[in-house]
Design a protein around this ligand. Sequence first.
Ligand SMILES: [Zn+2]
Length: 294
Amino acid sequence: MPNRVILLALAGALALSAGCAVNPVTGDEELMFFPPEDDVKLGRQYAGPIEKELGGRIADENLQRYVNDVGQKMARVCHQPDISYHFTAVEDKMINAFALPGGYVFITRGLLKEMKTEGQLASVLAHEVGHVVARDTMAALSRQLSMAALVVGAHVSGAPGRVTRAADFMTAMLSLQYSRDDEREADMTGLSYMTGAGYDTNSMVEMMQAIDELQTVRPIEFFSTHPNPESRITYIKEKIATRYCGLGTLKRGQQEYEEAVLSKLKRHRNVNAATLDLPEAVPDPAGTPEKTGP
Ligand SMILES: [Zn+2]
């Protein structure tokens, strides 16, 4: 099924309300077909299946609690603290983080193991919360739908069916492109959330440098919709210099991250390998998302 048809079907499951909405972060008006209550509805509906698509939860509740606690610090200081946010670490080995509308944020094992500090984790979760608050997925969906309606509207007879397969939905979601402006804005709001939660903003620069280095080893497709790390490093450093300098010592949390995440990931992998005598992970034949990221 072409992505645009899936998107139309998805829209059919929600109450469309044509018009514009004000982005709560930027204050700009943007094309928006969905009332805010659809965000949580959509997120809740697809969070479970998408978690499965991403290999399921990492089976370590202490690690999950730690990741969620860091995320909740961002949620408390964000522009929209009244919705309930969920931060889940998933087994997927690809380097990725992903936010569903309505506050469902996923981060992969592949990305967690490339991080070195709690601040770096905070920077990625803060960026994703920025996407949620700005309703970037819903805005991208609205932009796509206005095109999709023109392109395939005539071929869809009757009421569109419900999208039930997470794989279809993932494919459709991943065909959505956040704009470069959305990404830059999520970096900027991310910086402000990090600072509000007491984290050193340089952690975001470190994260971008790590991604940049990883990209020289192999291309990271997840980040293909984002501005390249080099230009992100430049504008993030500029922002820090003008807006966040002289804040004193803020948290980096290297030891905490080592204990709460890195040591657990190693132990978890070893335990699995020893008890199950299986390869570390079985590739998902349905494929995993490849075109989004923090
Ligand atoms: Zn992003």
